[in-house]
Design a protein around this ligand. Sequence first.
Ligand code: SF4
Length: 251
Amino acid sequence: MKTIITECFATIQGEYPAGVPSFFVRLGGCNLQCGWCDSTFASYKVNESQQSYIGDPSGAVNFVAKSFNSFKKAHPKSNISNFTITGGEPLLPKNSLFLEELFIAVKALGVSIAFETNGTQDPQYAYKLANRIGVTVRFVVSPKLKSSNQLTGASDSMRREIPHSSWESIASLVRFKFVVSRDTFTGDVEEIDRFRARFSDLSNIQPFLIMPEGIKFDGEWYKSIAEFCFKNGFDFCPRVHTILWGNERRR
Ligand code: SF4
């Protein structure tokens, strides 16, 4: 199976943990089709001619390492200590060989890994692999709510039922993050509360993050979500890249 890398770039992490320099590896392909997806070019509208790399896993890892080394050469004082593997959905099984080779390369570079995943794929393969190779790994899991407006015709359960069993043993390495929309806010919060109740037996789970949907910064909207989070036991997750650069690519 070919590995698709849509793009690699260095920037500050705009979501979680916001403000931290990170090197992003965006893999192509996703099992969901969210209506408000801000990276359809990497999820369900993948145009092969617009991808940075399509080929075997070893070539993909070489491509990533070369991109990172060029950045480091141009910015020797930068202190990037983390790779964010995003997408698309980076935990799809088709990427497993790629992950193995990537982890080996990442270990040599002395950086850690963070996955940004929709939570539908079992993380245990990536977690165990990272442990075996000796790479620090964590997961930002963004389950998709009904308002994500899946367009594939797939059932709601496929989108929303994130298996408890997949995440319980590694809960301390996970931050669950939910995107809420203006028009569906009340229903979104009800769904998030049901999810919170389902995972409340995990003592080491961290507060859920809530992030406002939108590709344009709107101060009032951000403020209302921040205040909601403060009063209701959630952590506010900004979209710093949106505040700074709108919907620009590679930011
Ligand atoms: S899960 Fe993420 S990458 Fe996939 S379609 Fe939804 S928002 Fe886009």
